[in-house]
Ligand binder design. Structure first.
Ligand SMILES: [Zn+2]
Ligand SMILES: [Zn+2]
Length: 295
């Protein structure tokens, strides 16, 4: 059953990727970025290998929290499932937002943003270091509040699988769906480095928490998304892609002269520096807004 499901989802993912490949060739007359796609698949293989180990370590932690839960939410109908889904989306939003705002978490999540073009295979370019970056901590409250760990793992898998189809330029805006759902248009903005798009649209399946917490940005017809990182990743080596920022952090820590600097380099926003010689995304957005005022 599980094997059949895995085979079915792999068939769907590969078919959609082939449709996108045909679209790029026939409609865009663009060459297919084979080397980037190979790098994305390489990163995914590494992630799968590491996930085996992390699942063994984290499973017991989730079940320990389950044993000490606040109360029990029986998932015996659509309503409790809807509540569990909303809870997971809420905590996913904050996990994803922190993964952009705290450098230690960003060091892992940066992997997902490292592709310089958006395409379906780029969706599987995912972090290797969730365990040490602490992303799982954000989902323990869902268990503590009464959702069974297996249901949390299932909802997380749904969330992640849903996001596959968001990584493409083939799908335009989708009318009223754009109000509540995370769509390809919203997620293109999330992957863009244009100052007005930076650090926006963190939602998984839903976009409502971005609208609620002020991090929503709409894709503008007059501002085409430029994808990748503020400092672009040019390597196609999966190890470099997945681990570069940890090496950068190590170099910064070796230079740190106080506890404040150590803390800033580790848990400050990406781009933080003691002397302001680099720019955080907030500063990039601010200087962009100011240049607009003076233009
Ligand atoms: Zn992100
Ligand atoms: Zn993405």
């Amino acid at each position: 059953m599980g094997g059949n499901l895995a085979l079915l989802s792999l068939t769907i993912l590969v078919s959609l990727t082939l449709v996108e490949l045909a679209w790029l060739k026939l409609v865009r007359h663009a060459s297919y970025p084979w080397a980037d796609v190979a790098a994305s698949i390489g990163v995914n293989i590494g992630r799968r290998a590491i996930k085996f180990a992390t699942a063994g370590l984290l499973g017991p932690v989730f079940f320990w929290v389950w044993d000490h839960r606040l109360w029990h939410m029986p998932l015996d109908g659509p309503l409790p499932w809807a509540v569990a889904f909303l809870m997971l989306e809420f905590f996913y939003y904050w996990e994803h937002r922190m993964a952009h705002e705290v450098r230690w978490m960003w060091a892992g999540h940066r992997t997902h943003h490292s592709a310089n073009q958006i395409n379906l295979p780029a969706a599987v370019r995912l972090s290797w270091t969730g365990l040490i970056c602490g992303s799982w901590l954000f989902f323990l409250p869902v268990v503590w509040l009464g959702v069974h760990p297996l249901a949390v793992f299932f909802l997380l898998a749904v969330n992640l699988t849903y996001q596959f189809w968001l990584h493409t330029e083939t799908i335009p805006k989708l009318g009223p769906l754009e109000w509540v759902l995370n769509t390809p248009s919203h997620h293109r903005v999330h992957h863009a480095v244009n100052p007005r798009y930076l650090d926006t649209n963190y939602g998984g399946v839903l976009i409502v928490f971005d609208r609620l917490f002020g991090t929503f940005a709409e894709e503008k017809a007059d501002e085409k998304c430029r994808y990748g990182l503020v400092v672009p990743e040019m390597s196609r080596n999966p190890f470099v892609i997945a681990l570069r920022e940890f090496a950068n952090i190590g170099r910064d820590l070796a230079r740190a002269r106080s506890v404040r600097e150590v803390a800033g380099y580790l848990v400050g926003p990406p781009g933080w520096s003691p002397d302001g010689s680099r720019q955080t995304t907030k500063q990039i957005r601010l200087s962009y807004a100011r240049s607009g005022e003076t233009a």
